[in-house]
Ligand binder design. Sequence first.
Ligand SMILES: [Mg+2]
Length: 171
Amino acid sequence: MIFEKYILPGIMFDTFRDVTPEFLAERGIKFLISDIDNTLVTYDDPVPTPEVSEWFDRMAAAGVRVAFVSNNGKERVDLFNRDLGFVSYAKAGKPKTKYIAAAMRDMGATADNTALLGDQLLTDAAAGARAGLLSIIVPPIKDKRSLFFRFKRWLEKPYLKKYNKLHKSDR
Ligand SMILES: [Mg+2]
């Protein structure tokens, strides 16, 4: 499969809430670069939901620093981040790694102690892999039902299948 190693998730969880401080500590992860849309909240949530806020609190309490690197616009990202003040970059153009590198630089993070969290293989998992980070992928919270989004999901299918095959023995 073309680009396989760049698109396969490092690990998949059912929801961001399953990404626990304990899991990250086991892997030596101290910095988490997170996507926003469909990873933490839907496109319809302008600010963090209570469950997202609670998850941020758990991360902070465990000393895990979170940053946002989003392909969405600055207005959306700034509003979401307004009360948090995390390192954040909008219009990041993932799978490009420019702003992932920038966020890591801002935080003093290294590839060894950083993971990338997102919902899309072709942008998030690919960006994580290219930056040399562990990529953690969750299913999109609520897909936009547009043809474009359905097409993107269709493109991801063989990679998800492959991931499931590779990790069957983990369960
Ligand atoms: Mg997303």
